[in-house]
Write a protein that binds this ligand. Structure first.
Ligand code: F6P
Length: 345
């Protein structure tokens, strides 16, 4: 019987357990045994793994997070780690590794494949910023959570005649902001891809008030920058980079709320949704997409379709080279932002 190793890396996201279950359930059709590698690539460096069986994945479909745990470990950060990684894989005598992750985890998977290891990827991230796949699972749940929060904030903003700024995740892209902002009826949406000036933003809010509504909702992506008159831009903090060099973002919402209040005189508040967007039960859509990708990944491992990920293209889940995911971020479609702007102010 051949063994495949399964790991989840990077930030967790709703739907990871659905993939784990799908890979394990499908593995019986190919006579694979499955080893779960704990905490992403770190589990291969530390020899930390558990057998995954039909029983151990029972009841996890609807659970958020990942039963395998996760970390942002870069095993290619130095030669010693790279050697330990390859030794860890050899020690387990793996036929293949199924790596579930975003740009960093899949970037490592692509390098491992170049190093001669059989690897299959599954794309995930709430940010939806991966190229090579039309969607990532986790995004739908994050957008649903953000939209629910916006719906709730609308009623309290209305009761107090306030402007409420909602800060959402997304790293360097504004997918969550645009999707939840459109779905939640935001009056303005600020994203990294299309910076707006504070003057323009305040004009949009004033226009809305002039049309008879005394409260506003502004959605701001954590990576957005807002231009102010003297050539400066308001931006959140971007310190404490992780093992892949990504800074920890946050804080733009408060800066924007303060600036709106100062310039318009309208009382303003900020709500930072943070990790609430990543936690909890995946939507049915994400469970379905994750399940389809997990089964496809297992089939790819069985037929030797390595160096690729199970990606969504149109309505189909198909193998796509890992290199596509590693070739830069998928930024917000300008047409989608244009659509959002129809509803500004
Ligand atoms: O990539 C997913 C994500 O949730 C980003 O939207 C966010 O910037 C980042 O991870 C937060 O990471 P951490 O959980 O390490 O704070």
């Amino acid at each position: 019987m051949r063994t495949i190793g399964l790991l989840t890396g990077g930030g967790d996201c709703p739907g990871l357990n659905a993939v784990i279950r799908a890979v394990v359930r499908r593995s019986t059709a190919h006579d694979f045994s499955v080893v779960g590698i704990r905490r992403g690539w770190r589990g291969l460096l530390d020899g930390d793994h558990v057998p995954l069986t039909f029983d151990s994945v029972s009841g996890i479909l609807a659970r958020g997070g990942t039963i395998l745990l996760t970390s942002r470990t870069n095993p290619y950060q130095d030669e010693t780690s790279r050697r330990r990684l390859l030794a860890g894989i050899k020690a387990l005598d793996l036929h293949a590794i199924v790596a579930v992750g975003g740009e960093d985890t899949l970037g490592v998977a692509a390098r491992l494949h170049a190093d001669g290891v059989n690897v299959v990827g599954v794309p995930k991230t709430i940010d939806n910023d991966l190229r090579g796949t039309d969607l990532t699972f986790g995004f739908d749940t994050a957008v649903a959570t953000a939209c629910d929060a916006i719906d709730r904030l609308q009623t309290t903003a209305e009761s107090h005649d306030r402007t409420i700024v909602v800060e959402v995740m997304g790293r360097a892209t504004g997918w969550i902001a645009v999707a939840s902002g459109i779905a939640g009826g935001a009056d303005a949406i600020l994203i990294p891809e299309f910076p707006m000036s504070i003057v323009e933003l305040c004009a949009i809010l004033a226009r809305r008030r002039a049309r008879g509504r005394s409260f506003s909702i502004v959605v701001v992506a954590e990576g957005a920058r807002v231009l102010v008159e003297d050539g400066r831009a308001l931006a959140g903090r971007g310190d404490k980079a992780d093992a892949f060099g990504h800074p920890r973002l946050g804080g733009i919402g408060q800066l924007v709320a303060d600036e709106i209040e100062r310039r318009t005189g309208v009382e303003s508040r900020v709500t930072v949704l943070g990790h609430v967007q990543r936690g909890g039960t995946p939507t049915a859509f994400d469970r379905l997409l994750a399940t389809r990708m997990g089964v496809m990944a297992c089939d790819m491992a069985a037929r030797g379709d390595f160096g690729k990920m199970a990606a969504l293209r149109g309505q189909e889940v198909v193998p796509v080279p890992l290199g596509e995911a590693a070739a830069g971020l998928k930024t917000v479609d300008p047409a989608l932002y244009e659509l959002a702007k129809v509803f500004f102010g």
